[in-house]
Design a protein. Structure first.
Lengths: 148, 780
C-alpha cells in the first residue's frame, strides 16, 4: 500500500493488525508531516521492502514486536546487524510493557520503544507525536551506504 | 567343660574304660565316655563278630546265662557256637543283604531254651565289626497289640493338632499307651540348655512334673550328642547289673567297642544314680530333633520295677519319634500361621495408612504399631523426633537407647538388620532404669542416614521358674580321686524369680518386623520418587501457566485495542444521535479499558512468578520510604498519616519486589479506608519478642514478621483467604477507587518468592493488619 504525498520520507510499518495499521495511517494523515507509508505484515516482508528501497531516502521503521513468521525481535536483530540497513532508525511499537522486552529491543539496537495504549485517542496521539518528532525534529540519515 | 578337665588325666588312663569299674570315679559327667562304656546292660547279651567269617571276637560276660556258653569259651569260635547253624546262616544272609552299618535291625528270634525265654536278635556293623545283641522278646501269650495301627493313629492325630501344646500332649499320651510306662514327658531344651517339662502323661497317682524346669547339667553334653545319632535309649532296669565285654577291647584293633547304636549299651552310673534318686526303676528316652539340633526329649519313666520294652515296640517308638520330629515344625508353623497372618495383615494396613498420611501415623490412631505385635509399647524415630504409643521409655531414655542401637553391628546386616533381646539391660545396662517397660526390645532400623528406627518394647515379666530341685545346688562328694560330682538327690520344688527379662520374642514376630521394615522402606522410596515427580510436574505446570498468562494477555490486548478503536469511531459517528446510544458505546469503551487493566495485572502477575530475584542485604527503611513516596503520589483526598514507630531491620530480599509488596499493602491500607483521619503503621516483630502473633502460620513465629496496619474498613474473617485470590474483589468495581483485585495476589506471590508467608488479622470497622515474612526457617 502506498501513500504518496512528498517523496522524501518513507515510513515502513510492520503491523499485522489492520486496525492498528489504520490508526497509523490516520495519525500520519492528521500530522503535519507528509510521508509515504508502506506496510509489511511480517518481518521478512519488511526486510524485503527495505532492501528494495533506494537508500537515499529518509526512512523510519515502525515495528510491532509480535508479528507472524519472523517476529519483530528477529527482524530487528537482522536489520541492525546488516551494514546496508543498520542506519535506519527503528521505533518499536508493542503491547508488551515487560522490562525484559524493553531491554532486549534496546540491546538489539532499537531507537525507541513504545507501549501501545489501549485507548484509541491515546494511541492516535502517540503516533501523531511520533511521526512529528521523527520526521519533523530529528535529522535522519539520507545517505545510503552505497553512496558513501 | 573347663580347661582343667582336658589336662587332668582320667582315672582309667592307660587301661580301657569300663563303666562297671570306673563309672563311680568320675568327677564330671561331661567327661564320661558314654559311647564306649565297655559294658552292656545285663538283661541282654552281646557278641562282637569279625564280619568276614562271623568269628566271635568279644562277648559280654553274661553269655553263659542267656546263650548257655561262658564268654571265654566262645571267643575265636564261629558264631554258630552260640546260635547254632541255622542262626549263623540267617545272620550271614542278613549281613549280606541288609544295610546294617550304624543301623541295628531285627534278624530273627532265637527260640526259648530251658528257662531262657525266646530272644530277639538284632545286629548292625560299626567300625569294621558286627555287633549282635540278644534280648528277651517280652512277648506275652495274650498276643501283640497292632503296633502299626497304633502308630498310624498317632501320626494322623499329630497332623491335626492345632497348637503346639496339643501336639506335645498327644505325643506324650500316645507314647505312654504304646510303651505302657508310668510317666511320659515331653522335655524341651531352652536356649541356655536347661530343660522344661512341657507335656506329660502319667499314672494318676504320681506327682505331676509338668512345668518343672531342670538344670542343663541333668542331661550332660555327651548324652545329648548321642541323641543326635540314635533314636532311642532304653534303660529297662535301672537297678540292673552291667555285664562287661570279654575282652574289654577288640583283640584285633585294641580299640573299645563303640556302642552308640546298641540298645544294650551300658548305662552311666551317674545316670542310673540320677534315675534312682528320682525313684525311677526303668527308663526309655527318645530325641525330638529339629534339623541337626536336639529340640528336646520324649522321656519315659517307670516306677514299678524293671520295664522291658520289646524290640517291636521300640521300633514303633523310634518311628514315632522321627514322625514327631518331622511334624513338630509343621505344628509350630500351623500355630504361628494364625499369628503371622494377623501381624502381616495389621502391618499391611499400617503401610497403606502410612502411604496416605506419612510414617508418623504408625503410632497414632487405629491400627498402630501395637495392634499387630504382642508388645507393651512401640516407638518410631522419624523426622528427627520420637513418636510413641503404649508404654515406652521416656524421650531422654529413648535418645540414649537410639544412639546405642544405631551403633549395633546387627544393624549393618544387609538381609535382616534387627536387634532383639528379652533382657535389654544385659546388653545395655542403662536399660535397667526402665526395665519395667522395656526389658524386651525388638528394633529395626528404617534408614541408616537419618538414623530412623522402629522399636517395640516388652515389659519385665516377673517369671517364676519352678525347678525340679535347687539348680544352684551342685553337691560334690570326695571320691578316691578327689571331689566328685554326684547326681542331684533333691527334686523338691524350688522356685526362682527371674528379673529383668521379658517374654521372649518369637521368630514370627521378628520376621514380621523385618518384613514391615521392607514395606516401609519401599514406601519411603516410592514416596520420594512420587514427590520428585510431583515437584517436577508442578514446576513445569507453573512455568507453563506463567508463559500462558503472558502470551494470552498479549494476544488478548491486540483485539481489545481494535474494539476500543471502533467503539471510539462509533462514538464520533454518533455525535448527533440520542444519549442512549452514546451511553452504550461509552460503556463498551469503558469495558475495554477495564479489560486492559485486568490483562496488565495478569501480565504483571505472571512476570512476578517468573522473574529471577536479586536478593541482597537491604535496608528496609529505605524500601519503606520509597514506597511511601510512590503511594503519596497516588494519594486521594483526606488527612492521612503513615508511621514507622521504630526503625526496621535489614533483610535479605529483592529490593524492587520488596518495595512492590509495601506499595501494594500501603495503597490498600489507604484505599480501603473511610476514616477522616487515615492512619497506617509499618512495623515488625522480632523473633524473640514477646508479642502476640495472631494468625501466624506454623514455622513463622520464630522469624522476623513485618506488618502494615491500618484503621480502615476491615475485612470479615471469612474473607481472610479469599482476599489473596486473583481478581477477587470484596467491593463494587468502582468503590474504594476501583482496582483490578490483583494487588494482594501479587503480594502473596512476591512473599512466596522470598520463601515467606503472608497473612492478615482484621476486625470489620476497626482495621486490618497484614503480616508477612521474607524467608522460611530453612532459608533464614
Amino acid at each position: 500500500m502506498l501513500w504518496t504525498q512528498q517523496p522524501s520520507y518513507m515510513l515502513v510499518v510492520i503491523e499485522d493488525s489492520d486496525e492498528d495499521f489504520d490508526t497509523v495511517v490516520e495519525a500520519v494523515k492528521r500530522s503535519e508531516v507528509t510521508t509515504k507509508v508502506r506496510r509489511a505484515i511480517s518481518g521478512e516482508a519488511e526486510l524485503e521492502i527495505l532492501r528494495e528501497l533506494a537508500t537515499d531516502r529518509a526512512v523510519l521503521v515502525l515495528m510491532d514486536l509480535n508479528t507472524p513468521g519472523t517476529d519483530g525481535r528477529e527482524a530487528l536483530a537482522v536489520l541492525k546487524t546488516d551494514p546496508a540497513l543498520n542506519s535506519i532508525p527503528v521505533v518499536v511499537f508493542s503491547t508488551s510493557a515487560n522490562p525484559k522486552d524493553v531491554w532486549l529491543c534496546y540491546a538489539a539496537g532499537a531507537n525507541a520503544y513504545h507501549v501501545k495504549p489501549v485507548r484509541y485517542p491515546d494511541h492516535l496521539q502517540l503516533v501523531i507525536d511520533l511521526v512529528g518528532y521523527w520526521f519533523g525534529r530529528v535529522t535522519l540519515n539520507t545517505v545510503g551506504t552505497t553512496n558513501l | 567343660m573347663s580347661q582343667e578337665d582336658k589336662v587332668t588325666p582320667q582315672p582309667w588312663d592307660g587301661q580301657p574304660y569300663s563303666v562297671k569299674r570306673h563309672g563311680v570315679t568320675l568327677t564330671n559327667c561331661d567327661s564320661e565316655p558314654v559311647q564306649t562304656p565297655g559294658c552292656v546292660q545285663a538283661h541282654g547279651a552281646m557278641l562282637v563278630l569279625r564280619p568276614a567269617d562271623l568269628t566271635i571276637l568279644q562277648a559280654s560276660e553274661n553269655t553263659d546265662r542267656l546263650l548257655g556258653h561262658p564268654a571265654e569259651s566262645l571267643l575265636n569260635k564261629p558264631v554258630r557256637a552260640a546260635i547254632g547253624l541255622d542262626g549263623e546262616a540267617t545272620l550271614k544272609a542278613f549281613f549280606a543283604t541288609e544295610p546294617t552299618d550304624h543301623n541295628p535291625l531285627y534278624v530273627f528270634t532265637l527260640p526259648a531254651q530251658g528257662d531262657v525265654p525266646p530272644l530277639d536278635v538284632t545286629a548292625h556293623t560299626i567300625d569294621g565289626v558286627a555287633v549282635v545283641e540278644f534280648e528277651a522278646t517280652g512277648r506275652t501269650k495274650a498276643g501283640e497289640p497292632d503296633y502299626y495301627a497304633l502308630v498310624k493313629k498317632t501320626v494322623a492325630r499329630l497332623q491335626t493338632a492345632r497348637t503346639l501344646q496339643e501336639f506335645c500332649d498327644l505325643t506324650a499320651a500316645d507314647f505312654r499307651t504304646l510303651t505302657g510306662l508310668d510317666r511320659v514327658m515331653i522335655y524341651k531344651f531352652h536356649a541356655d540348655g536347661h530343660g522344661e517339662v512341657v507335656a506329660e502323661s502319667k499314672r494318676d497317682d504320681l506327682d505331676p512334673w509338668l512345668g518343672l524346669h531342670y538344670p542343663a547339667e541333668d542331661i550332660p553334653q555327651p548324652a545329648r550328642e548321642v541323641f543326635k545319632k540314635v533314636w532311642i535309649r532304653p534303660t529297662p532296669d535301672v537297678a540292673g547289673a552291667l555285664a562287661e565285654m570279654v575282652p574289654l577291647t577288640n583283640p584285633q584293633s585294641g580299640r573299645p567297642l563303640t556302642m552308640t547304636f546298641c540298645a544294650l549299651r551300658g548305662v552311666s552310673v551317674m545316670y542310673t544314680e540320677y534315675l534312682k534318686n528320682m525313684k525311677v526303676t526303668a527308663g526309655l528316652t527318645l530325641p525330638i530333633r529339629q534339623g541337626n539340633d536336639l529340640w528336646g526329649l520324649i522321656a519315659g519313666h517307670h516306677y514299678a520295677g524293671p520295664k522291658f520294652v520289646p524290640y517291636q515296640v521300640r521300633a514303633a517308638c523310634e518311628f514315632l519319634a522321627q514322625v514327631v520330629s518331622l511334624q513338630y515344625q509343621a505344628a509350630e508353623e500351623r500355630e504361628h500361621l494364625v499369628y503371622r497372618l494377623k501381624l502381616d495383615g495389621t502391618h499391611q494396613q499400617l503401610v497403606a495408612k502410612a502411604a496416605q498420611n506419612g510414617l508418623a501415623i504408625l503410632t497414632d490412631g487405629q491400627p498402630n504399631l501395637l495392634d499387630g505385635m504382642a508388645a507393651g509399647g512401640a516407638a518410631l524415630y522419624h523426622l528427627n523426633r520420637w513418636w510413641r504409643v503404649g508404654n515406652t521409655p521416656n524421650e531422654t531414655e529413648l535418645e540414649g537407647l537410639g544412639e546405642w542401637l544405631n551403633d549395633r553391628p546387627e544393624f549393618t546386616s544387609l538381609t535382616s538388620p534387627h536387634y532383639v533381646t528379652d533382657s535389654l539391660a544385659r546388653d545395655y545396662p542403662p536399660a535397667a532404669a526402665f526395665g519395667d517397660v522395656a526389658s524386651g526390645l525388638l528394633a529395626v532400623p528404617l534408614s541408616r542416614t537419618n538414623r530412623n528406627l522402629m522399636l517395640w518394647f516388652r515389659p519385665e515379666t516377673m517369671r517364676t521358674v519352678n525347678w525340679g530341685g535347687n539348680p544352684h545346688d551342685k553337691p560334690t562328694v570326695p571320691g578316691p580321686n578327689g571331689p566328685r560330682l554326684t547326681p542331684r538327690r533333691s527334686f523338691e520344688l524350688f522356685q526362682e524369680s527371674v528379673r529383668g527379662r521379658s517374654v521372649p520374642w518369637l521368630t514370627v514376630e521378628l520376621d514380621s518386623a523385618v518384613r514391615l521394615r521392607m514395606l516401609i522402606m519401599e514406601l519411603v522410596v516410592s514416596r520420594s520418587e512420587r514427590l520428585a515427580d510431583l515437584n517436577a510436574d508442578l514446576t513445569r505446570s507453573n512455568e507453563e501457566l506463567d508463559a500462558f498468562a503472558y502470551v494470552a494477555s498479549h494476544d488478548l490486548k491486540e483485539p481489545l485495542r481494535g474494539i476500543h478503536k471502533y467503539a471510539h469511531q462509533l462514538l464520533e459517528d454518533a455525535a448527533g444521535k440520542d444519549g442512549e446510544h452514546r451511553k452504550k458505546v461509552e460503556g463498551l469503551m469503558r469495558l475495554t479499558v477495564r479489560m486492559d487493566s485486568l490483562l496488565d495485572s495478569l501480565l504483571h502477575f505472571s512476570r512476578v512468578g517468573r522473574a529471577v530475584l536479586q536478593t541482597e542485604d537491604t535496608d528496609l527503611n529505605e524500601v519503606v520510604n520509597e514506597s511511601i513516596e510512590m503511594v503519596d503520589a497516588r494519594r486521594a483526598e483526606g488527612s492521612m498519616e503513615i508511621a514507622v514507630p521504630r526503625p526496621l531491620p535489614h533483610a535479605r530480599c529483592d529490593r524492587v519486589r520488596c518495595r512492590e509488596i509495601f506499595v501494594n499493602l500501603l495503597s490498600n491500607a489507604l484505599k480501603y479506608n473511610d476514616q477522616p483521619q487515615k492512619r497506617v503503621e509499618v512495623g515488625f516483630i522480632a523473633p524473640d519478642e514477646d508479642h502476640p502473633r495472631p494468625g501466624c502460620p506454623d514455622g513463622s513465629a520464630d522469624l522476623t514478621i513485618y506488618y502494615v496496619r491500618d484503621n480502615g474498613i476491615g475485612i470479615a474473617a471469612r474473607y481472610f483467604e479469599q482476599v489473596f485470590k486473583m481478581f477477587k474483589r470484596l467491593h463494587g468495581r468502582d468503590e474504594y477507587g476501583g482496582g483490578t483485585g490483583a494487588g494482594l495476589t501479587i503480594v502473596q506471590k512476591l512473599v512466596e518468592r522470598h520463601h515467606g508467608h503472608v497473612w492478615l488479622d482484621s476486625t470489620l470497622g476497626v482495621g486490618s493488619t497484614f503480616y508477612f515474612t521474607l524467608s522460611s526457617r530453612e532459608g533464614a
